[in-house]
Design a protein. Structure first.
Length: 231
């Protein structure tokens, strides 16, 4: 069921991107394009979920290796301080860039009817000149989503703590059924917000890059003038 849900979310995210960017007049026509590009969309949607985990796995393995070897090195405390300071920055940058690259690739598949080889080339072209700007965008988006999630989840958390306090934080305490039902509703709302905001934000950033690098607004206006002249 989870696999089917993720499949459907990937396809619907393509439709949302196309509507936001004005590439289709309505959701129905956007969904027709999304269904046609479903395999590419699902592949890139999956990569977007896996890429940050692979980056974190790399840095974790590297840090474990450093800890194992650092006991034999002089000035261990000083070296550890500088190592983990550098790794902390590197983790933030590489995770942000992996998220940005996969998000841009997915948005390009959603908006440009190109092969995957062209999609990867386009992704690099759009990313390379604004790496720090793109990383900052991902961090800001992540912080915003975290704050929104916390705000939506806070009332339920306070209610759960109050109920646990009434039961003296007993070891065998079980959350009452009405709080569990409310938790399911809140989780549904949070997921709806997150899964709707992320592709829209990525679409806006993709559009911003095309405006800066390619002058997309000028190209669109010239195409409209050309179509009017042909008519």
């Amino acid at each position: 069921m989870l696999a089917v849900a993720q499949w459907e979310l990937a396809i619907r995210s393509v439709s949302i991107v196309r509507v936001v960017l004005g590439l289709n007049e309505d959701y129905k026509s956007a969904n027709a394009y999304a269904r046609r590009r479903k395999w590419a969309a699902v592949l890139l949607y999956t990569i977007a979920a896996i890429a940050p985990a692979l980056v974190m796995l790399f840095w974790t393995a590297l840090s474990v290796g450093f800890v194992a070897l650092s006991s034999r090195l002089p000035f261990v405390q000083v070296l550890s301080f500088f190592y983990f300071a550098i790794v902390g920055l590197a983790v933030t940058c590489t995770v942000s860039w992996s998220l940005l690259g996969s998000a841009l690739a997915f948005t390009i598949v959603s908006s440009e009817d190109e092969t995957l080889k062209v999609v990867w080339t386009r992704t690099y072209e759009l990313m390379k000149n604004y790496m720090w700007r793109g990383g900052s965008f991902v961090v800001l988006l992540g912080v915003t989503l975290f704050v929104v999630t916390g705000a939506l989840d806070l009332p339920l958390l306070l209610a759960s703590l109050f109920d646990a306090w009434r039961n003296n934080f007993a070891a065998d305490y079980d959350m009452p059924w009405y709080l569990e039902a409310l938790s399911a509703v809140v989780d549904c709302i949070i997921n709806t917000v997150l899964l709707g905001v992320v592709p829209i934000a990525n679409a806006f950033y993709y559009n911003d890059l095309r405006l800066r690098i390619e002058g997309r607004d000028i190209i669109v206006r010239l195409e409209k003038l050309d179509s009017l002249g042909s008519a």
